[in-house]
Write a protein that binds this ligand. Structure first.
Ligand code: WQD
Length: 321
């Protein structure tokens, strides 16, 4: 028996592969390598290069590998790109979930951990969001993540499927130098990229209604996030309910300006940043209430922002020097 990790050649997926192996589980990676890297997949892990929307082939992989459960991370995740190409995002992310659920039903696979996102909350207008907070996604990316949750919840209610959706907050860091985030879409890699080009990292607006005027987010180390997937898998094995959703963050808000100071310490570069205009769609604050994960998944984040940015910087240097 083994677990199928879709997107397992990706930044977060490769950490999940490592942690599932560490928990004594056999794993198989399914990835189309459109952004994942084959070199991230351990030599003893089968890598199946396949588009998740190829339902019949996905079901065949499940049967041939005696798959007992799936962690579904394979998706497009760039918010800006989703605004420019909504149909591609719906096809990949929503079409991908429909295809995966269909393949699982055909192959009699009944356990699923789904990679969702805090983007489902949009601009909540409250300091902290819990799992019952209104879902008002503000990008096609966030919409596709929420629709994926709906599809999985409905399929769990209609069949023997048991599933958990994990709403990721802002992921930073690297478990080792080879597992860094190579997509330069988010704050920390963008800071490093600016420093590498001898330009000033940008702060998207300092006129928000927050203590220092910059946006506040819930940054979580990828190592902690990955560990939450193991706990979610264990929850599935013992849970009486067929579906649950959990926020996965630290529950602590950190502003952009504070992250700039953390990055100065981690890089040992006393850089100046440049304040520019707000980025459309950015909520002033998005921080998770994470008590449910603590209670039900028996999971808690361990790493702080210094450790996550330092590990990210070490991986960045290893990939860029
Ligand atoms: C963080 C903060 C920016 C870059 C998105 C997705 C979310 C998740 C994480 C997948 C914001 C500010 C950024 C820069 C800046 N992805 N910023 N200068 O937008 O909070 O969340 O990525 O699940 O779903 O929505 O992350 O890293 O883009 O921005 O000032 O050069 O940093 O305004 O306040 P975001 P981010």
């Amino acid at each position: 028996m083994a677990w199928l990790i879709t997107g397992g050649a990706g930044y977060i997926g490769s950490h999940v592969v490592s942690d599932f192996q560490g928990a004594g589980l056999s794993v198989v990676v399914l990835d189309d390598l459109s952004s994942g890297l084959a070199k991230r997949v351990p030599k003893d892990v089968p890598l199946v290069k396949l588009d998740i929307r190829n339902t019949d082939e996905v079901a065949k992989v499940m049967r041939e590998n005696s798959i007992q459960g799936v962690v579904h991370l394979a998706a497009k995740k760039a918010v800006g790109e989703s605004v420019e190409q909504p149909l591609m995002y719906y096809d990949q992310n929503v079409g991908g979930v429909i295809s995966l659920l269909t393949a699982m039903a055909e192959a009699n696979v009944y356990n699923l951990v789904y990679s969702s996102s805090a983007a489902v909350y949009g601009s909540p207008g409250v300091a902290h969001v819990n799992e019952a907070s209104p879902n008002r996604p503000e990008s096609p990316y966030g919409e596709t993540k929420l629709i994926g949750e709906w599809l999985i919840k409905a399929q769990a209610a209609a069949t023997e499927l048991k599933a958990v959706s994990l709403r990721y907050f802002n992921v930073v860091g690297a478990g080792d130098e080879t597992l860094g985030d190579t997509s330069v879409n988010n704050l920390v890699p963008l800071i490093f990229s600016a420093l590498e080009n001898a330009s000033a990292p940008k702060v998207f607006g300092d006129d928000y209604p927050t203590a220092d005027g910059t946006c506040i987010r819930d940054y979580i180390d990828v190592r902690d996030l990955s560990g939450a997937h193991v706990r979610a898998m264990q929850w599935l094995e013992n849970s009486a309910t067929d579906y649950e959703v959990f926020n996965v963050g630290r529950g602590v808000g950190v502003s952009v300006k504070e992250m700039m100071q953390v990055a100065r310490k981690a890089t040992n570069i006393e850089f100046e940043y440049e304040v520019v205009g707000r980025r459309p769609g950015d909520p002033a604050q998005l921080v998770g209430q994470v008590e449910n994960a603590h209670r039900d998944l028996k999971w808690q984040a361990k790493f702080g922002v210094d450790e996550m940015v330092t590990s990210a910087w070490q991986a960045w240097r290893a990939a860029h020097d």
